[in-house]
Design a protein around this ligand. Sequence first.
Ligand code: F6R
Length: 243
Amino acid sequence: MRVIQVKNYDEMSLKAAHIIRAQVELKPDCVLGFATGSTPLGTYANLVKWCKEDGLDFSQVKSVNLDEYKGLPKDHDQSYAYFMDKNLFSQINIDKANTYLPDGMCVDGDAECKRYDELIKSLGGADLQLLGIGNNGHIGFNEPADCFQNGTYCVELTESTIEANSRLFEKKEDVPRFAFSMGSGTIMSAKRVLLIANGKAKAEAIKGLMAGPITPGCPASILQMHPDCTVIVDDEAMSLVTG
Ligand code: F6R
């Protein structure tokens, strides 16, 4: 695991965007894995800027997203499809027909998980998967559990994640209880992984990711076994890792 320690959010966002830019420039028809949440917003803003001002070209890029809430339609302002469209896809020259997320409104959850896994496989997997990390060490919606999940599955969110995400909804009761998420196996099958984290609230999770045992109790810890994983982390998020 390669660790890049930075001073703050802006530096993290710039470095992450540079790595994604290099990926797109090296392989213009690459498959990018995207995440939602607060952490990647600055990274996406840099990519938007470079696309608009420097001609960074996403026209051949395909994308797969980590997860989606179950029960939210694409046009719900808290759905991840809406988030991606607003913060990235509508602002760069990616072909929206080449951007994929699990369908939160599907009728048959099991069939949707299978469809999404097959789709990712048919694209050849992600060349670069961007990840944030939850305060409890989750990646995607892979919450602390007794075992690692392999492919896409429907997950019941933990109280801590519902609490953390409730800031984005009018009231806590509005936060969906279930979501579709790539499993740890799918994330591990990405050729390269780039995890970004900032702020004190992530310090415990970063300690688990870097210095803890590999355990489904801290889902991100599985990344210790990934052959090409880069973590960009600011001083605050790094504060509990010693040595
Ligand atoms: C979102 C996702 C989540 C977030 C994590 C951190 O697609 O996969 O694992 O990365 O919850 O969220 P923020 O960045 O809001 O702290």
